[in-house]
Design a protein around this ligand. Structure first.
Ligand SMILES: [Zn+2]
Length: 103
């Protein structure tokens, strides 16, 4: 039997090879979706945007994380899409600069 993500999913094999291949697939998929966890943009503009667009209460822990650690382009995109805006409307050219880092 070949050990890779297939065996991880189909046969629930959790050997080193299967786990590594499954993790690598996840990582690549995340990057493809623009959600590379290594890329962070400042959280303040997103926070201001969400607060302007909605009365929805954002969890304190989330606010803290956005401000302290920044936000991924994927997170920005998710919130902007929700309010029918494009990330560039909130971040301007900086959004693309942020994305390039992870490309
Ligand atoms: Zn295996």
């Amino acid at each position: 039997m070949k050990h890779n993500r297939n065996t991880y999913l189909k046969h629930k094999c959790r050997c080193e090879l299967c786990v590594a291949d499954a993790a690598e697939y996840k990582r690549r998929r995340r990057i493809a979706m623009g959600g590379d966890t290594d890329v962070r943009l400042p959280g303040a503009p997103l926070l201001a945007f969400v607060r302007k667009m909605s009365d929805e209460r954002i969890q304190h822990a989330v606010v803290k994380s956005w401000l302290e650690k920044g936000v991924s382009p994927y997170t920005i995109d998710k919130w902007c899409t929700r309010f029918g805006a494009h990330p560039a409307e909130v971040y301007g050219i900086d959004f693309y600069r942020g994305c390039e880092v992870g490309a």
